[in-house]
Design a protein around this ligand. Structure first.
Ligand code: FES
Length: 317
């Protein structure tokens, strides 16, 4: 895992019900590596857990004095968000990675729809700030189960006045109807972050949009049943090691079983940390990192989730 900057918690404040904004500064007072909207950092907690959080304040500045992330309390937390909500305090030390951006806005997109669901507002709020700075023609559609649960609500009302559509499930009797709102492609692109049902609905509603115009960041990887998986042979070219990847394990599990220390972070196919170069083999891509074009090239794969569809797999590891 990449966690290489010692930072100290310099601020904690509630920005919605069950959402805390955490401000982090370099421990020795230096500026932090900058990033553009859509970037995330890996945050490694004192309990050893590492989680990815989008930067709320990454706007491509020349230098950054602090990182700000917003953390929603996950009802099914395995120790990340619950630890942050219960135990993280101002003055504590944590480690972060340098920012990485798998959700970067294309400069070719001048008319942009930004779509956020729940805590997915965090990268989308950064994008809205970037759009406003650059004078882009954008709209922001933000939804949550209820108004008190939408982080940065007052900030986005001020920022995106006249460009904002808010939807609260409790007031409108259910989630936003994307299929009726997106019948025609009026934007160069949509950038979306939110829960799986919202992003699945967006995928269906934009099936007729031009290739590359729908960009998403997910919180959670795909659900893959073991019964759908087959064993296959794996060879690590550089290490000279090989093994069978069983149906109930990932390529990453098999790499670790061989004793190779390999970088990973989410193990869900959403962060890009475990990317490997493919030398041969037909990859069955199950991640949310690569674009359809990148998948078709069969040059790279995320070893935490993607598998080999047929024959054997040879990786440059
Ligand atoms: S570890 Fe995050 S994509 Fe594989």
């Amino acid at each position: 895992m990449s966690a290489d900057i010692d930072v100290v918690v310099s601020g904690v404040r509630a920005v919605a019900r069950d959402v805390l904004a955490i401000e982090l500064r370099d421990k020795s007072g230096r500026s932090l590596p900058t990033a553009r909207a859509g970037a995330h950092i890996d945050l490694t907690l004192p309990n050893g857990l590492s989680r990815q959080y989008s930067l709320v304040n990454a706007l491509g500045q020349q230098s950054l004095d602090a990182y700000v992330v917003a953390v929603g309390l996950d009802a099914n937390s395995r120790g990340g968000s619950a630890w942050i909500h219960d135990r993280l305090r101002v003055g504590q030390s944590v480690r972060v990675s340098a920012p990485r951006n798998l959700f970067e806005m294309s400069p070719d997109h001048r008319r942009v729809l930004l779509l956020a669901g729940g805590i997915g507002i965090t990268p989308i709020y950064a994008m809205a700030q970037a759009c406003a700075q650059q004078g882009l023609d954008y709209e922001l559609w933000a939804s949550a189960r209820s108004a008190p649960r939408l982080a940065y609500l007052e900030e986005i009302k001020r920022l995106a006045e006249g460009r904002l559509y808010l939807h609260f499930d409790d007031e409108q009797g259910g989630p936003m109807d994307l299929s009726s709102r997106l019948q025609q492609q009026q934007w160069d692109a949509v950038y979306a972050c939110g829960p799986t049902p919202m992003l699945d609905a967006l995928t269906n509603a934009t099936a007729h949009w031009t290739s590359g115009s729908v960009r998403m960041e997910r919180f959670k990887g795909a659900d893959v049943s073991v019964s759908d998986c087959q064993p296959f042979e794996l060879k690590l070219q550089q290490s000279g090691l090989s093994t069978t990847v069983n149906a109930n394990e990932s390529v990453l599990d098999a790499i670790e079983r061989l004793g190779v220390d390999y970088p990973w972070s989410c193990r869900e196919g959403i962060c890009g940390t475990c990317e490997a170069k493919v030398l041969s083999g037909e990859v069955q891509h199950l991640d949310f990192v690569l674009t359809p074009e990148e998948r078709a090239q069969q040059h790279r794969m995320m070893v935490c989730v993607s598998r080999c569809g047929a024959g054997s797999l040879v990786l440059d590891i």
